[in-house]
Unconditional design. Structure first.
Length: 250
C-alpha cells in the first residue's frame, strides 16, 4: 500500500502548535518517524513526551529557524538520519497598512516567511538528495494568490513561496525531490481564533466560504500528508488550495 508513511522520516519546522502540530500528529499516525524543530524548548519537550507516550517515533530539535547560525547544530542533531520529507511550516504575520511598515518590520516578515525557508531548504538539499524519493511541502497561504486583507508583506512572501515551489520542483526533479505547497485559508489556530473574535471578520470569512465553516488544522494536515506519500509521486510543482471553496467563489 502507498497510502501510508511507513518507513519514512519527516522533518517539520514549527511542529508543536497550530497547523504544525496537526501535521505532526497526522504524519505520526500514518507511520512516519518525525523530527520536530521548534524554538520554545519547554513546549517542544512537553510535546515530544506526549507523542512518545503514545508510542510514536519522534525526535525534537530546539532551534530558531530564522537564526542561520543554528543550522550547524540542526545538522549535527540529524546526522546519519535519512530524511524523506521536509515540511517548511514556520511563518507568521503582523498585518499593517503598506505605508506603515518599517524597514526592520519588512525584514522580519520576509525573514520569517520566505528567506528562512530558502536558507533552510538549501541547507537540507544534500540530505534530501540521499533519500532518492524526497518530498518538500511548503506551507503558503491563500493570501499569496489573492488579496485577503492580511497585509501586503505577508502576501508577497507567500506568493514568492508558491513561485519558489514551482521553480524548485523543476530544478530538483533530476534529484528525485518533489516540491509542492499548501495554501490554507483562515484556519482555527490560537492566533487566527483571536483574530476571528472580530465578528465582522468572522462573518466575512463564513460568507465567502461556500462550505460555510472555518478550517480545522487537521484539514490542512491531511493535504500535507497526501503530498508526503508515494501515492502522490507524480505530483510536483503544485499548490493545493485548502480554502473551503473561497477561491472558487471570488
Amino acid at each position: 500500500m502507498r497510502w501510508n508513511l511507513n518507513h519514512k522520516t519527516a522533518l517539520i519546522t514549527g511542529g508543536t502548535k497550530g497547523i504544525g502540530e496537526a501535521i505532526t500528529n497526522e504524519l505520526l499516525s500514518l507511520g512516519a518517524r518525525v523530527i520536530v524543530i521548534a524554538r520554545n524548548e519547554n513546549d517542544l519537550l512537553e510535546s515530544i513526551e506526549s507523542w512518545k507516550q503514545k508510542g510514536y517515533d519522534v525526535k525534537g530539535v530546539t532551534a530558531d529557524i530564522t537564526n542561520y547560525d543554528s543550522y550547524s547544530n540542526i545538522l549535527e542533531q540529524i546526522s546519519g538520519i535519512k530524511i524523506d520529507i521536509l515540511i517548511n511550516n514556520v511563518g507568521g504575520n503582523f498585518p499593517k497598512k503598506f505605508i506603515d511598515y518599517t524597514t526592520d518590520e519588512i525584514h522580519q516578515i520576509f525573514n520569517l516567511n520566505l528567506v528562512s525557508v530558502i536558507k533552510f531548504t538549501q541547507c537540507m538539499f544534500e540530505i534530501l538528495k540521499e533519500s532518492e524519493n524526497a518530498s518538500i511541502i511548503n506551507i503558503s497561504s491563500v493570501a499569496g494568490i489573492q488579496d485577503v486583507g492580511t497585509g501586503s508583506m505577508y502576501a508577497m512572501c507567500k506568493a514568492a513561496l508558491i513561485q519558489l515551489t514551482k521553480s524548485l520542483s523543476v530544478e530538483w526533479a533530476p534529484y528525485h525531490i518533489r516540491v509542492n505547497s499548501i495554501a490554507p485559508w483562515f484556519t482555527s489556530t490560537e492566533r487566527i481564533n483571536t483574530l476571528l473574535q472580530d465578528q465582522t471578520l468572522h462573518n466575512f470569512v463564513l460568507k465567502n466560504t461556500p462550505l460555510n465553516k472555518i478550517a480545522h488544522p487537521t484539514d490542512i494536515a491531511s493535504a500535507v500528508a497526501f503530498l508526503a506519500m508515494d501515492a502522490s509521486s507524480y505530483i510536483t510543482g503544485e499548490t493545493i488550495v485548502v480554502d473551503g471553496g473561497f477561491s472558487a467563489n471570488k
